[in-house]
Unconditional design. Structure first.
Length: 618
């Protein structure tokens, strides 16, 4: 090779390596960001939020950094394109990718609530700009990554980031949450808002993990992306020190997944293990000592986690993890949440009746259950409560719980409190708030709106009687599927799901989600989320992308001997992608984890292309 050619080649490698930096930001830094950003809410979203400011910790800054990194990556990519220093990989997958992008844009332009569609809903911030960033970063990754070194840089960054997330998570599981410490609060709250740090309420306690990813569910999706890569690294290494390091990383990520109690992640991991056993079984048998060490360690980790949590880790396998809720909120952000935990502790299955209807009259509220009726009546300034049998129920004040409770043991878990003109009724499955007005009692709804009539929504019959499945997922899906009739072509707009979901159906949310005032801002299903927000054609385009990638991967790795870097790396990425997509049946997309997925998807496409070229040349 001439000196000029060597010089040109070095320059090419330098530029392409330098171009990886924005991708490294996306795959390694974005998931780690936890920092408060007070966002003043405007327009329609104010109706759905308990305050006029959203003190976001986990999503907004991630979205901003993602978009900045994507813009930088595109700038570098454009320079290389105009310098003719890049060669596009010819792939048919550009067609569905472009169609998906087109329907994101069209759904945004024609959305009723364009600002939400563009920027996203509070606490999520996954609007059109973020969705397009996902697709653009995939396209750039696919075309920039050209050699083994590039994969090692990006996956190495992912491993470093995952190690930090794993350590934070394991400490959280054992009750040592960094973010609950004074140092942690200073770390994530700007100095100008230091007074807020002491008012933060953390939703999750010990024996679960949310790490830096907003919610335990997303920890499962993240872990299932990283674990196959860590396992493949362990099988590939021969030198003792790196091999031990990869083994420890694999164990850490496994502990993080099961410590999060994310059943979606566990389902994804199950599929990942099945694919690994089918496609990589020869290597697993050949290196049986490593296989035995891994799965023995996995069993030991499960034993430790389960023992430490008094059986909760394995005991919850029969139930999906609780429906996503904020990790933390500022005290007072929701006035209705006071003492709900204390009331819930009294709940028992025998007392958890299903609420069928609420009748509100001038001086009377009747709660109609499937097996009883409770009537609250204001008789000359004295609150009288009568059950279906006409029995007057005595009550007393519980100073410890700061609630008025019934003395009749049949109504353990039922309580109420009076404040000004408001009556808050605690039930075993949640609570309701009423206000006495000149026109009679009225029920508080989302955004503090008062209702004099009950709003009920209809769901599909498939989930009738199964609404509580998956901690309310059955209910959410039963109300989400009917929304598809309005999104057959274009969606409501990216991240506008919450605006169109029947939020005012308080009775159903109380019965099936144990919180009438929960704002359902996502369908807990990646595929429903896509179809509703950006339309059915966008879902078909997305599925076409994944289908084309899956077919290509199975064709390549189903017959591979895995004796090359690209074969092993490609298989690991394929298994990670499939695990994430299976978890997507129970989880949705979120900016805490999705950027990692889309970079890995681009890496998987690039790896398949390079491995196929490698096979053709041998």
């Amino acid at each position: 090779m001439s000196k000029n050619k060597q010089k040109d080649n070095k320059q090419h490698h330098y530029i392409s390596t330098f171009d990886l930096f924005p991708l490294l930001i996306v795959i390694a830094l974005v998931p780690l960001i936890v920092y408060m950003n007070p966002i003043e809410l405007e327009g329609i979203v104010k109706y759905y939020w308990p305050s006029e400011v959203n003190n976001d910790f986990f999503s907004y800054n991630k979205a901003i950094i993602l978009m900045m990194a994507t813009a930088t990556a595109f700038f570098f990519f454009a320079i290389r394109f105009f310098l003719k220093n890049i060669e596009f990989k010819p792939m048919q997958i550009y067609i569905p990718l472009g169609i998906y992008a087109l329907f994101i844009i069209l759904s945004t332009l024609l959305a009723e609530h364009k600002s939400v569609a563009m920027l996203g809903f509070p606490d999520r911030y996954e609007g059109a700009l973020v969705l397009l960033s996902y697709l653009l970063i995939t396209f750039i990754t696919l075309n920039i990554v050209k050699e083994e070194k590039h994969f090692k840089i990006l996956i190495g960054g992912l491993f470093l980031s995952a190690s930090i997330i794993g350590v934070i998570g394991v400490f959280q599981f054992f009750g040592m949450d960094f973010f609950k410490s004074d140092l942690g609060k200073q770390f994530m709250v700007p100095a100008a808002y230091s007074d807020i740090a002491s008012t933060l309420n953390f939703t999750f306690g010990p024996y679960t993990i949310y790490a830096t990813l907003y919610n335990t569910n997303y920890v499962g999706s993240y872990a299932v992306l990283v674990l196959p890569l860590a396992m493949m690294l362990f099988y590939s290494l021969r030198q003792q020190l790196p091999m031990v390091a990869s083994f420890l990383l694999t164990c850490l990520i496994f502990a993080t997944l099961f410590g999060s109690n994310s059943r979606a992640g566990m389902m994804g991991l199950l599929i990942a293990f099945i694919l690994l056993a089918i496609l990589f079984h020869r290597e697993m048998r050949t290196q049986w000592k490593k296989t035995a060490a891994l799965f023995t360690s996995f069993a030991l980790i499960l034993f430790v986690l389960n023992t430490a949590s008094d059986g909760r880790t394995l005991g919850r396998l029969g139930n999906m993890t609780p429906a996503a809720q904020p990790v933390l909120m500022q005290s007072g952000e929701s006035e209705f949440a006071v003492n709900q935990e204390a009331a819930s502790e009294q709940a028992s299955d025998s007392n958890s009746l299903t609420l069928l209807d609420i009748v509100m009259e001038r001086n009377r509220i009747a709660l109609l259950f499937d097996q009883d009726t409770l009537t609250f009546a204001n008789e000359e300034g004295i609150l009288q409560i009568v059950n279906q049998a006409g029995e007057a129920l005595d009550y007393d004040y519980d100073e410890e719980k700061e609630l008025i409770v019934f003395t009749d043991s049949r109504y353990d878990g039922y309580a109420f409190m009076l404040a000004d003109n408001r009556l808050k009724i605690d039930l075993p499955r949640g609570f309701l708030v009423f206000e006495a007005t000149e026109d009679g009692f009225m029920l508080f709804g989302p955004g503090g709106k008062l209702h004099d009539q009950i709003v009920l929504s209809e769901g599909i019959s498939l989930f009738e009687g199964r609404e509580r499945w998956g901690s309310g997922r059955g209910y959410i899906w039963s109300r989400s599927v009917p929304m598809l009739k309005d999104t057959l072509l274009l969606g409501y707009g990216p991240d506008t799901y919450a605006i169109y979901f029947p939020q005012e159906d308080l009775i159903s949310k109380l019965n099936y989600m144990s919180n009438a005032y929960t704002i359902v801002d996502k369908p807990h299903n990646l595929y429903l989320q896509t179809a509703i927000n950006t339309g059915l054609p966008s879902l078909f385009a997305m599925l076409a992308m994944f289908g084309m990638y899956g077919y290509s991967s199975l064709r390549l790795y189903g017959r591979s001997r895995f004796d090359s870097f690209y074969a092993r790396t490609g298989l690991a990425i394929f298994i990670a992608i499939m695990g994430y997509l299976v978890a997507g049946f129970f989880n949705d997309s979120l900016v805490s984890v999705a950027p990692v997925f889309w970079v890995l998807f681009g890496l998987g496409l690039a790896c398949n292309y390079l491995y196929e070229k490698e096979e053709e040349s041998t």
